[in-house]
Ligand binder design. Structure first.
Ligand code: I22
Ligand code: ZN
Length: 191
C-alpha cells in the first residue's frame, strides 16, 4: 500500500514538474482572460464530474477572491443550475447541457473555458462548437490524449498524462495559476 502511495506521489510530482513547459501558454491564457474581463466579457466554465467541481471552484475564486483585494470578476460555472441542467438534458439530451446555456448567455467577446481530461466529452465539444458560431474565444484544459477538444478550441493546454486523476490535479493547479495571474492585473491591495 505504501509503495502505491509513493508511486502515485512520484507520478504526480513528475507531471507537475513537466508543467514548466506550459509556462508561456499559461501566461498567454491568463492575459487573454484578463483582456476579456477588461473589455466587459465574461468567462464561462464547463466540465463533467471532477472537472465540474473544478469549474465551480475556479469561478468562485474569480467572483469572490483568490488572494488579493479587487472587484469581483465576471465568471460563471455552467455546471451548477440543476433546473437548467435537468430540463435541457431531459428535453434536448445530455449533450446539449452546456451548448444551450452558451446559446442563451454567450456573447461575442466572452471566453469559454472547457475542462475535459479525455478531451472527448460530447457536451463540452458541442458547447465549443456553439461558442465558435457565436464568436466566443474558446480555451481548453485537457490531457495527453487531447481528444477532439484540441481541434475545438482556440487555445488548449495539454497536461502530459493519460491518468484522469493526475490530469485533474494538474488542471486545478493551472486554474489557480490563472486566477493568481488574472487577479494580479485587477488587484487593488494584497491582504
Ligand atoms: O473525477 C473523476 C475521476 O477522477 C470523474 O468524476 C470524472 O471527472 C468523470 O468521469 C468525467 O465524466 C470525465 O470526463 P472528461 O474529463 O473525460 O471530460
Ligand atoms: Zn477526480
Amino acid at each position: 500500500m505504501q509503495r502505491h502511495i509513493r508511486a502515485t506521489l512520484a507520478t504526480h510530482i513528475e507531471i507537475i514538474r513537466q508543467l514548466e513547459a506550459l509556462t508561456a501558454d499559461i501566461e498567454r491564457l491568463a492575459l487573454r482572460i484578463a483582456a476579456t474581463l477588461s473589455s466587459g466579457g465574461r468567462v464561462f466554465w464547463i466540465g463533467n464530474g471532477g472537472s465540474a467541481a473544478d469549474c465551480q471552484h475556479l469561478a468562485a475564486e474569480m467572483v469572490g477572491r483568490f488572494q488579493r483585494e479587487r472587484d469581483g470578476l465576471s465568471a460563471i460555472a455552467l455546471t451548477t443550475d440543476t433546473s437548467i441542467l435537468t430540463s435541457v438534458a431531459n428535453d434536448f439530451g445530455f449533450e446539449a447541457i452546456f451548448a444551450r446555456q452558451i446559446e442563451a448567455l454567450g456573447r461575442p467577446g466572452d471566453l469559454l473555458m472547457g475542462l475535459s481530461t479525455s478531451g472527448n466529452s460530447p457536451n463540452v465539444l458541442a458547447a465549443m462548437q456553439r461558442a465558435a458560431d457565436l464568436g466566443l474565444y474558446r480555451a481548453g484544459l485537457t490531457g495527453a490524449r487531447g481528444g477532439r477538444l484540441v481541434e475545438h478550441t482556440d487555445h488548449c493546454l495539454i497536461v502530459p498524462s493519460t491518468n484522469t486523476a493526475r490530469i485533474q490535479e494538474a488542471h486545478i493547479l493551472i486554474g489557480h495559476l490563472l486566477c493568481d495571474l488574472v487577479e494580479t492585473r485587477f488587484a487593488t491591495a494584497t491582504p
